[in-house]
Ligand binder design. Sequence first.
Ligand SMILES: [Zn+2]
Length: 369
Amino acid sequence: MLSTHATDGAARTGVLELPRGEIRLPAFMPLGTAGSVKAMMPENVASTGADIILGNTYHLMLRPGAERVARLGGLHKFMNWERPILTDSGGFQVMSLAKLLKLDEDGVTFRSHIDGSEHFLSPERAMEIQRLLGSDIQMVLDECPAYPAARADIETSLALTTRWARRSKAAFSGVACFGIVQGGVFADLRARSAGELIEIGFDGYAVGGLAVGETQGAMFETLDAVVPLLPKDKPRYLMGVGKPDDIAGAVLRGIDMFDCVIPTRSGRNAQAYTRIGTLNLRNARHAEDAGPLDAQCACPACTRFSRAYLHHVVKANEIIASMLITWHNLTYYQDLMQSLRAAIAQGRLAAVAAEIARVYARAGEAESA
Ligand SMILES: [Zn+2]
């Protein structure tokens, strides 16, 4: 399923083949949270270069419901996206968005953040929902401890996550199923988690529980400890990450797949990600700037409109502001992945990653408002 084309240190470029299409690695997956990539038409998401998107089990199980999506022909048909979809297990949102009522060996009972209704999610139900949605890559249900957490709590949580991973795998039927390595920032617990998951055997391995408030340094140290333990012939997915410099640093450490809310959420919040860092289009300095947002970008926001126009539609709360800046941000993220893939093939990833880190360290200060 995974073919590696080139390596550069721990990083690799290649292709993950799935029945619905090939995913070029390293890959960035835009969020299609509740059956839409917010503010984007599906064909335009594809035109940015996205080979795969992510759907959220938690959101879709609450509304419109997995059984309803299945009756309507599955998520791909429902949202008119023909390429692969990865679905998460719902665990992260249950523990962050919902009101958690009970967590025990069986699973989690929680109240919907939408209408307060009570729901239950077990490892078996999480896999059933993902099967009903028609997911191409299904994720096991894991427990996501809050950060920071005491080592003893992480250790208890990790043991439960492994037992749930075993039950998830037993309940799985479909194309591919990924396990999720937990263990906080403790290298030995991460190693224990990875070892237990590899023994169960998955089609890919995710690193979960990062980008939850720890420093970038701590995240990279954790990856340095975990990634070398993961099988070389399976894809590795860093969940919920991140900013361009987080992604470049993680690719350098051998990560193949990413998802993050940043390009879409920032797109609805006037924040553009570019080759020279982040730009806040709400800023008055763009008001009479007739130049493009990013002269090197081929997206419609950059080729057909000026910074002044983007500033205007942001200030006027026009819907097209969210559409254009999201389109740009998703294009930038896919261009970033393409440049990382090219850098790996040319054996110059370290230099490219260092340049991205330099730009984002500097620009973050200039435009944060
Ligand atoms: Zn653009």
